[in-house]
Design a binder for this molecule. Structure first.
Ligand SMILES: Cc1cc2nc3c(=O)[nH]c(=O)nc-3n(C[C@H](O)[C@H](O)[C@H](O)COP(=O)(O)OP(=O)(O)OC[C@H]3O[C@@H](n4cnc5c(N)ncnc54)[C@H](O)[C@@H]3O)c2cc1C
Ligand code: FES
Length: 258
């Protein structure tokens, strides 16, 4: 799909808990063409210290209303300003950006892993993977019970497995402590988004279990167009821009110490 800069109408802004907001935006061009794992770059108004656009994964698309959603975790000036946006206002958005996850074939068994706000791109990926006919498992990790969001929505698309750091919901520990990652179920692929240490731990498990693994990197970005080079990551083929050649990478291509 061709990239565009558009003013998108905010049709919903739902507070999911104290710091996570689901914002739905009406698009002009067909949202079916957006690939799971792609992201949007949003201009933030009413935040004097936020000069650069902020990147957000496409959380899901809604072909019937031709809309897309983003999941915003309010952590700093830009995301706090965005979380206060109201229905009927407009957001200046560049989209769709980046490459997207590899899609499964019918019958493949895949494990989608999201940690914290890294769950954001997993809804779109889970829905499309299920529509293709894959056997979808979704492993969601959070610090504590109240940080887990959208569990029922994820259950529509696959079998959901949960962890919390403190054991208040699901298995106690990190996602890599969950038995679904012990290698007994043969997944054809792990597809993961979350904090770097979590993705690196998942990558180590993937190596142990001889399972293919993709990760969606969330390096800091500025232009989103491959111009400023502030988002580069080291790969075996040299530095690559996460905004144009990612954000999704196969772990075998990354120069991570795993
Ligand atoms: C490809 C991509 C997809 C993303 N998808 C989502 C998403 O779906 N939902 C979501 O809530 N966030 C997502 N992010 C992260 C989001 O863009 C940052 O949270 C946002 O840029 C922070 O902006 P801010 O103005 O609120 O924070 P700032 O005021 O600029 O910074 C607040 C704090 O957050 C840290 N920070 C800023 N940017 C990042 C970052 N990229 N990664 C880690 N820490 C950061 C800063 O160092 C600082 O400590 C994504 C980032 C990338 C690169
Ligand atoms: S954000 Fe500028 S090159 Fe990637």
């Amino acid at each position: 799909m061709k990239k565009e800069v558009s003013n998108l109408l905010v049709t919903k802004n739902i507070a999911l808990n104290h710091d996570n907001f689901l914002i739905e935006l009406k698009a002009d061009s067909p949202v079916e063409q957006i690939l799971p794992g792609q992201f949007v770059n949003v201009k933030v108004e009413k935040s004097p210290n936020t000069f650069l656009r902020r990147p957000f994964s496409v959380h899901d698309t809604y072909p019937v209303t031709n809309s897309l959603s983003i999941l915003v975790k309010a952590i700093g000036d830009g995301t706090k300003a965005l979380s206060a946006i109201k229905e009927g206002q407009y957001l200046d958005v560049v989209f769709p950006l980046g490459n997207g996850f590899k899609m499964p074939s019918k019958g493949e068994t895949v494990l989608l892993i999201g940690g914290g706000v890294g769950i954001a791109p997993m809804m779109h990926l889970a829905r499309i993977s299920k529509e293709i006919g894959a056997d979808v498992h979704i492993l969601l990790g959070a610090r504590t019970l109240n940080d887990h969001i959208l569990i029922e929505e994820f259950k529509r698309y696959g079998k959901v497995h949960l962890t919390t750091d403190d054991g208040s919901l699901g298995k106690k520990g990190f996602v890599t402590d969950h038995p679904v990652m012990d290698g007994e179920i043969r997944f054809s692929r792990y597809q993961c988004c979350g904090p770097d240490p979590m993705m690196q731990a998942v990558a180590r498990k993937a190596k142990q279990n001889e399972t293919e693994c993709e990760v969606s990197l969330e390096n800091m970005m500025a232009c989103g167009f491959g111009v400023c080079l502030c988002c580069v990551t080291k790969t075996h083929e040299g530095n690559k821009c996460v905004c144009t050649e990612g954000p999704v990478f196969n772990i075998n291509d990354l120069e991570w110490q795993i």
